[in-house]
Design a binder for this molecule. Structure first.
Ligand SMILES: Nc1ncnc2c1ncn2[C@@H]1O[C@H](COP(=O)(O)OP(=O)(O)OP(=O)(O)O)[C@@H](O)[C@H]1O
Ligand SMILES: [Mg+2]
Length: 219
């Protein structure tokens, strides 16, 4: 798998086929038994590599937003740069406010997660991840737990990020979104990538029977 700067990659495939495992390997949340992953010249699984450096380069957003419930949206976004990167508070706050605006949550800075919808919380989680200034963003089924109305607003946020040139790797079941936004689609089955291609080719002319079967079930 080769991913170029600024590309949007979607990974689709049946449950248990290794989609999460694949993207979790990219920021070393999972170890690899074989092979290598290189990120801007770094061997991700080199034990000598500083994991903090890697975590700064790679942001990750999960299905569960895992915001701190007793912290406001703004405080959630500010926390990692303050605690992990030890950046000055005033600077971090300016950046955090800009990010909250970017995910279209202006006015919700002082809201607690419990006062926000699922889609709003997920956008705070995206802003929180962006606060570390990552070069790559990983999204693992970030809209899977949301109501249909709020799915759209989260996808819009991701689409805007992609348009800004952020390298995005997404595991998603949103086929319309994948077709519209992805530069390249990967299909996994039973732990292997069985097929990949540009969206139009992939959705209209899949060649592997496993891909065809999967697309036949969901489209
Ligand atoms: N290539 C692989 N090598 C080793 N283990 C794998 C591989 N692919 C998947 N697994 C194992 O299979 C299980 C399911 O994988 P994973 O959670 O990545 O699937 P998934 O595609 O994200 O499924 P879901 O859609 O349900 O989230 C895990 O226990 C994982 O460790
Ligand atoms: Mg998964």
């Amino acid at each position: 798998m080769d991913i170029m700067k600024g590309e949007v990659i979607c990974i689709i495939g049946p449950s248990g086929s290794g989609k999460s495992t694949l993207i979790r390997c990219i920021n070393a949340l999972n170890d690899v038994q074989q092979g290598t992953i290189t990120l801007e010249g770094y061997d991700v699984h080199d034990p000598k590599l500083d994991k903090l450096e890697l975590r700064r380069k790679v942001g990750m957003v999960f299905q569960q937003y895992n915001l701190f419930p007793h912290k406001t949206a703004l405080e959630n976004v500010m926390m990692a740069p303050l605690k992990v990167l030890k950046e000055p508070k005033a600077e971090v706050e300016v950046r955090a406010r800009a990010l909250i605006k970017k995910v279209r949550l202006e006015g919700k800075e002082n809201a607690y997660p419990g006062e926000l919808s699922g889609g709003q919380q997920q956008r705070v989680a995206i802003a929180r991840s962006l606060a570390m200034n990552p070069n790559v963003m990983l999204f693992d089924e970030v809209t899977a737990a949301l109501d249909p109305e709020t799915v759209k607003e989260v996808l819009l946020t991701i689409k805007e990020l992609a348009t800004d040139g952020m390298t995005c790797i997404l595991v998603t079941h949103e086929m319309g979104f994948a077709r519209e936004v992805a530069d390249h689609i990967y299909f996994t089955d039973k732990g292997v990538i069985v097929e990949h291609g540009a969206p139009d080719t992939f959705f209209d002319n899949a060649s592997d029977p496993r891909t065809k079967k999967f697309l036949g079930q969901i489209l």
